[in-house]
Design a binder for this molecule. Structure first.
Ligand code: 1HN
Length: 350
């Protein structure tokens, strides 16, 4: 802007004051902050140490039941987004505990969710009346609009990471939610039915039985027992390792080869012992979980130690380098699926 005279400036200030009660503001005072030359995320780099979070979660378990809480979850709120209940501007993360014998009652909502199991085995999430029996590091989806309840019939606690698109749905003012009139949605199919039909790179041949699952989202269970050997097979095949990612595989919707849900993408990667990635940045702020091994993430020069089950958030456009101090296996989820639909996604590989 060319230099304004004092008189002009004073008259502008008067104009601003007079029009403000009518909801009118001068763009020329705000344009540079509204249209940034590159992302400047308000989210901060942050790590949640699993063992610490687990202690608090278990204490909550002594004080409130899953049923009373509806969902007994500790929100992983980004310190740069206070009061926002987001781990990034678009995504939410939480740690959920289901104790032996508990049920988290059936509800459904517009928000899409993923569960990534951190501890416990053989508790379940039921989606539209079909159970996925969960084991450590399984990925389970509850796509938007589908009834879901959780239960733990075992004698050990189960803890998983919840990843939801809550801030995205809030941004679009598109939230709907309802409770089912009973704790559990009635069983519609045997446990594992969708995995059997859609999880092996095949699909049901059309016959007498009608498709029960929504056509756009039939598969909701991606077991560790399947994705982990897939990473090993890739690493052991002699395939060239991606210098910026390591050996990396994205979870896929078998219907279209696209991301697992409309708003959330997820992947896993394996970095061999001693491997260091080339620096990379991307517009999708990403939440990582350490599945196996130890190492470091160097994010814009800040070193974060990576230990078993720790959760680390790398905000949009922060440069990251991963260093594996043993064989390192990571799970990650982000809003890449959504950004790609909006033609916003960008990455820079140095
Ligand atoms: C939800 O439905 C679950 O079903 C967990 O386990 C966390 C956070 C906000 C809104 C809905 C669940 C949630 C949630």
């Amino acid at each position: 802007m060319t230099q304004l005279t004092n008189d002009n400036r004073a008259q502008l200030e008067t104009l601003y004051q007079q029009m403000e009660p009518e909801g009118l503001y001068p763009l020329w005072e705000k344009l540079a902050a509204l249209v940034l030359p590159q992302p400047q995320s308000p989210a901060q780099v942050h790590k949640w140490v699993y063992d610490n979070a687990r202690d608090y979660l278990m204490r909550a378990g002594d004080l409130i039941s899953a049923k009373d809480a509806e969902r007994r979850v500790l929100i992983l709120e980004n310190p740069g987004l206070p009061g926002h209940s987001g781990i990034t501007p678009s995504l939410y993360a939480g740690l959920q505990l289901i104790l032996p014998g508990e049920v988290a009652p059936a509800h459904r909502h517009a928000q899409c969710a993923l569960r990534f199991v951190l501890e416990g085995e053989d508790a379940y999430t039921a989606v539209d009346g079909e159970k996925a029996v969960m084991r450590p590091f399984d990925l389970v989806l509850t796509p938007g609009g589908q009834w879901h309840d959780h239960g733990n019939p075992t004698d050990k606690p189960m803890i998983w990471l919840d990843g939801l698109d809550i801030p995205t749905v809030r941004h679009f003012d598109a939230s709907f939610a309802e409770h089912y009139h009973e704790d559990r949605f009635p069983e519609q199919a045997p446990a594992g039915d969708s995995l059997n039909r859609y999880g092996r790179n095949m699909r049901p041949l059309k016959g007498h039985t009608a498709d029960r699952r929504p056509a756009h989202q039939p598969l909701f269970h991606y077991p560790y027992a399947e994705w982990r050997p897939a990473l090993d097979a890739l690493a052991e095949s002699g395939a060239e390792i991606d210098p910026h990612l390591g050996h990396a595989l994205e979870f896929m919707n078998p219907i279209d080869g696209g991301p697992i849900m409309a708003t959330i993408s997820a992947h896993v990667r394996l970095l061999p012992n001693g491997f260091q990635t080339r620096p990379r940045r991307a517009t999708d702020g990403t939440i990582f979980v350490v599945v196996e091994g130890t190492g470091e993430a160097v994010i814009e020069g800040e070193t974060v130690a990576l230990n078993h089950r720790d959760i680390v958030v790398v905000p949009s456009w922060k440069q990251v380098v991963f260093k594996a101090e043993s064989q390192l296996v990571l799970f990650g989820y982000s809003d890449k699926a959504c950004q790609e639909k909006l033609n916003l996604y960008k990455e820079e590989n140095a």
